[in-house]
Design a protein around this ligand. Structure first.
Ligand code: 13P
Ligand code: SF4
Length: 295
């Protein structure tokens, strides 16, 4: 149980996949990279992070002096543990000149074993700046494959992880959506499978998708990412139309974060996020490197 928190002492952050009512209540809404930067730059003593657990953990690691709360601590990213310490140690022993590059959608324990953390909006930039030739990219095999195609000068080894929500969308679904809305280009998150990425006019992070739609002259778009993104798309582009590639494109864990759960944190019913000191120190180095190389 935490203490009661005054609204003005807290920065409330929300990911684009949080429910619309939670996004509306937040001080700042963004993709994973923007949220990590916002947390790091905040001068408020408290951060309330309306996202899944790796997001709150990352904020705590970057801002150890702050109190960080997750409204729903058991809202978790299914991909966060889809890699292991043994796999990383095995690769380090086997492959020389290797950088372990870990997607931010990962546990603090995995981050602590990594050379640098990346998000879907900065991976190409960061990996291109690494001196190592060999890249072990974990956990997301889809983002890894998407990035490796843009960096032929690097040799990639991929993890076995994936997002069950994005990985489930198919080319057949996209074809059906295209038949219904032939005028609408496809904008896809890189966690989607290769067959879907190959059909897209644009592949990028949630913020990248929103910015692309904002800057494009097209009147309608097919969207291959979590449905919470529609809230910001419609807010920024009220005259344009957006259609998801599948009927239920929903991250159930993100949807656990309700306005009631957010309010409960302010009443003192939240538990502050804690990360063991040895894990936090090592993970902080990898996260700070992301902020430095991704800037
Ligand atoms: P972003 O990097 O676009 O924030 O995506 C995070 C995520 O969880 C995608 O499923
Ligand atoms: Fe994790 Fe997928 Fe949910 Fe994103 S959409 S938080 S990758 S389970």
């Amino acid at each position: 149980m935490g203490r009661q928190i005054r609204r003005e002492e807290a920065l409330v952050l929300a990911h684009y996949y949080a429910p619309a009512a939670v996004q509306a209540a937040a001080d700042f809404v963004g993709d994973s990279f923007a949220l990590a930067r916002k947390a790091r730059a905040s001068e408020k003593p408290v951060i309330v992070f309306c996202g899944v657990s790796f997001m709150g953990e990352s904020a705590k690691i970057l801002c150890p002096e702050k109190e960080v709360y997750l409204p729903v601590p058991d809202a978790r990213c299914a991909m966060a543990d889809m890699a292991s310490a043994e796999e990383i140690a095995g690769m380090r022993a086997r492959v020389p000149d290797l950088a372990v590059v870990t997607y931010i959608n990962s546990s603090a324990r995995l981050k602590a074993l990594s050379d640098v953390i990346v998000t879907s909006s900065n991976t190409v930039k960061i990996v291109s700046r690494l001196k190592e030739k060999n890249i072990y990219f974990i956990p997301d095999r889809n983002l890894g494959a998407h990035v490796s195609a843009q960096l032929p000068q690097k040799h990639f080894y991929f993890g076995r992880g994936y997002c069950p929500i994005h990985d489930a969308t198919t080319a057949a679904e996209v074809r059906a959506a295209q038949a219904a809305h032939p005028e609408a280009p496809l904008l896809a998150h890189p966690e989607c499978p290769a067959e879907v990425r190959a059909m897209a006019a644009f592949v990028g992070s949630t913020e990248g998708i929103i910015s692309y739609a904002e800057g494009s002259g097209a009147p309608a778009f097919l969207i291959a990412t979590e449905e919470g993104t529609l809230y910001e798309l419609r807010r920024r582009c009220p005259k344009k139309q957006f259609f998801l590639t599948r009927e239920s494109f929903v991250c159930g864990d993100m949807k656990k974060i309700t306005p009631a759960a957010l309010e409960a944190v302010f009443r003192g019913e939240g538990t502050p996020v804690e990360v063991p000191a040895d894990v936090a120190a090592k993970a902080a180095a990898a996260l700070e490197r992301m902020l430095e190389l991704g800037a």
